[in-house]
Ligand binder design. Sequence first.
Ligand SMILES: Cc1cc2nc3c(=O)[nH]c(=O)nc-3n(C[C@H](O)[C@H](O)[C@H](O)COP(=O)(O)OP(=O)(O)OC[C@H]3O[C@@H](n4cnc5c(N)ncnc54)[C@H](O)[C@@H]3O)c2cc1C
Length: 637
Amino acid sequence: MLNAKIPDGPLEKKWKNYQEHCKLVNPANKKKLDVIVIGTGLSGAPAAATLGELGYNVKVFFFQDTARRAHSVAAQGGINASKNYQNDGDNVFRHFYDTLKGGDFRSREANTYRLAEISANVIDQAVAQGVPFAREYGGVLANRSFGGVQVKRTFYAQGQTGQQMLLGAYSVLMRQIGLGHVKSYNRHEMLELVVIDGKARGIIARNLITGEIERHSAHAVILASGGYGKIYYLSTLAIGSNASAAWKAHRKGAFMAGVSWVQFHPTCLPQSGDYQSKLTLMSEALRNDGRIWVPKLKGDDRFPNDIPEEERDYYLERKYPAFGNLAPRDIASRSAKEQIDAGKGVGPNKNAVYLDFKDAIKEYGAEEIGDRYGNLFRMYEKITGMSPYKQPMMISPAAHFTMGGLWVDYELMTTIQGLYAVGEANFSDHGANRLGANSLLQASVDGYFIVPVTIGNYLSNEIRTGKIPTDTPEFDKAEEDAVERLKKFISIKGTKSAEYYHKQLGKIMFHHVGVSRNKKGIEEGIKLIRELREDFWTNLKVPGGIYEVNSELEKAGRVADFLELAELMAHDAYDRDESCGAHFREEYQTEDGEALRNDDEYMYVSAWEYTGYGKTPKLHKEELTFEVVKPSVRSYK
Ligand SMILES: Cc1cc2nc3c(=O)[nH]c(=O)nc-3n(C[C@H](O)[C@H](O)[C@H](O)COP(=O)(O)OP(=O)(O)OC[C@H]3O[C@@H](n4cnc5c(N)ncnc54)[C@H](O)[C@@H]3O)c2cc1C
């Protein structure tokens, strides 16, 4: 049984108790300790900057050219914090409860409470950095609603919240780089984790410009490497987003948890052809004012504005009157898929539903709606040539966020001593489904406020260790393994690109481990994944060499890892004989098609141990106990 090391005491005092009793490293000793951070998104940049400010020697690695381009930059809609500026009944407990319920009671109470508890600090931190959150007329920060809640707790900077917050984090990171406390390694990719005597002690990285293989040691390593939704190929994530850092850690002993819990976002632009490598997200904020509908008549080809009210089905408002268009993402995505599968999809490929602003424009005027969503409307029009002011948008569900990831305890430490995972890379606080705008929050909270405290508890035992040498057998072996793998990719000399395999894998995952799953489909998926993996290692073509810029080589490594992770995801989905949150197993549903949980048998987090290439992973369980909230049937009706 896994021990999450949850502190004693009542829920609202646990984090306080932890901070009052954890060990500290005194300022003079911090200089003797090295920390590696992988990633500069909204979890990595804050972690690196804060640890630098505290006095540790930090090295930060990322594969983009600048830290500002980490994928957090793409986040649009906002960040949650229970500050209750609206006086609409919000508070920390309600934020915690909404998050726990939104995740279908499959997250740890203590972590979820801490997320809500620290949320207000993140906003203060960002405002102090100059993040230009939207404001009301009187100057108070403005809020809007996101799915799964009945209050307004989402802070936003138009539709560019991630970008603005990342600029704030980037500026504090650059300050530490300027002061010499943090050393930055752009265009570097972590290829291997080095573990010595059970402790994370460094990494092997490849300089993506020269191809040089480098060794870097540290007393602790923090993975802030983001989520793995790109495994579906078509997703809202950037093309470079990948699972490799987490997967390398998994192969070295870090368990992965809830890996099949993937969020499909309901408001994305539908796929328009086979040539696409990414799908565009339209922020969930649009569901504050947009109404979702499909024609009642199957295959209705009329122009949407010509379809009269009585011939439209506002299916979310009909099925979930209490939350309506703001039903949580898993429910909204599944409902859209149901309509599309039932032949009521709209658009040229019949793979979308409408999101209509007609009523909102009538009520508030086009100018006010433009103030709220102007940049999103412009983006939509630029891509589709259609104006949401004049006709409804067309939207469709797409892979977006991974609730699963590296298993971490309360301190955010993985099952490898001294290896931490923060942000989307960990299995996190969202259970089986994440509520909108809680992810920027989790990333920021992990990076600014949690890991800088908890890492001290571990590093206080490392002050006498001294510098970690890189000429040890463990570093030799890790480097050999990394180079051998790169050589192998190039030596196959087949005929198909890594992109080809990624695309095929995406299709398998979407159909067999997608918005909804069933036992037979998953079995078939596992067979197809294995066949594709075998073909990859026989017919892959990677041109060029190792010691040069080689984006095909980079892709090959990431796709190879996706091909292994995919099987673990399928396995995880297969093993959980219940529906919960985004994990909708078709065999387990109520008469009216809602998810049917099985608390008696599955009230645990599945954490998987790697047992070898192609071998069945070993299941470890973290039982979930609810001391404050009684898990109930999740209803938004
Ligand atoms: C289109 C879009 C819109 C979103 N909108 C919202 C929103 O409005 N609100 C919200 O709360 N959430 C939103 N999310 C989710 C949220 O943006 C992410 O969950 C969050 O930003 C992840 O931050 P992160 O720090 O964990 O990872 P990321 O920002 O993805 O950063 C990952 C970092 O790891 C580095 N890295 C990865 N692998 C390696 C490696 N092997 N070697 C070296 N470096 C590596 C990368 O270079 C990068 O710096 C959105 C997501 C998407 C895709």
